[in-house]
Design a protein around this ligand. Sequence first.
Ligand code: FAD
Length: 290
Amino acid sequence: MAQVAVIGGGPGGVSCALWLKRLGVEPVLYERHSIGGQLHDITLPIPDLPGEPWIEARELIARLKQHLFTWKISVFEGREALEYRDDRVLVFRDGQEIHYPLVAYAPGLKVRQLNIPGREWIAKKSTTEMLQEPVSHPILVVGGGDRAFEAAIRFAESGRTVTLIHRREGFRARPEFQRRALELGIPIRVNAQLRAVEHGSPGLTAHIEESGKITSIRLSAVMVRIGMEPDIQPGLCSVPQSDVVPLWAHSRVRCLGDAVSPVAFRSIVSAYASGMAAAKELAMNFKCEA
Ligand SMILES: Cc1cc2nc3c(=O)[nH]c(=O)nc-3n(C[C@H](O)[C@H](O)[C@H](O)COP(=O)(O)OP(=O)(O)OC[C@H]3O[C@@H](n4cnc5c(N)ncnc54)[C@H](O)[C@@H]3O)c2cc1C
């Protein structure tokens, strides 16, 4: 009989499910999309996974799936958990309710959004999803980190016209991304802030503030990549005002992975370790209760 529900099929959730199984507690893994989490967004080979230099993310996803399969762990993809009710019932988006005495919650991160007029017109899709659509441009990318630069570079390399704006002068993006953006001639506007997006026909108009002056540009899409934040469902874990997600959402839901890690620790190895620590605590709690 299934004993612990693991929510989230990124590296943290997969690690937790494998460790639970190893510790003699039967997990069931639920993933809203498909196993891999943020690994699906990694386009360059991963340089820093010990023992696996330059592994491609899609290869790592395939190995994680194979590991779950070999260990006979029940996996349900396309299942989103919404709420943990009455300390025992896990409620899913499709209305199904299943009893679990303990839950491991590894939801990862979501893209932070700007709270500006017209925010509903900002693209919700990933870069990969946008690249799969028929060519439409120009595109505005907002942000100065790796994710903003990587998105802008991929749009430019696919032949789309793209502009990048950043509210400061310096960038957090790694130097090779900055060099590549220069090589591709991507226009970069610094000390520039997106203030509003308007929908017209055709396309969008972005209103950008620079040195106190607003200019407007016509676009087909606006993408915001200004950082990530924990992707927490309030029904599974209510985040206190401080925004620091607790390890135990309550006595039966153990949070893990990027969602509970300081920014500097967010990584695949850290998610693996977090999954292991959570599994050990959950297994101990389970055996105490049994
Ligand atoms: C572009 C990019 C490059 C990166 N490069 C590296 C790198 O080189 N090296 C490195 O170590 N790390 C890298 N990372 C970071 C690494 O991918 C993450 O640290 C790691 O994936 C975190 O794992 P996680 O399991 O905590 O969360 P995630 O990978 O975010 O997985 C969370 C999963 O939970 C699912 N989920 C959320 N809520 C629910 C719900 N209610 N019900 C069901 N499912 C739910 C989500 O769909 C998602 O699949 C990179 C990340 C990105 C985006």
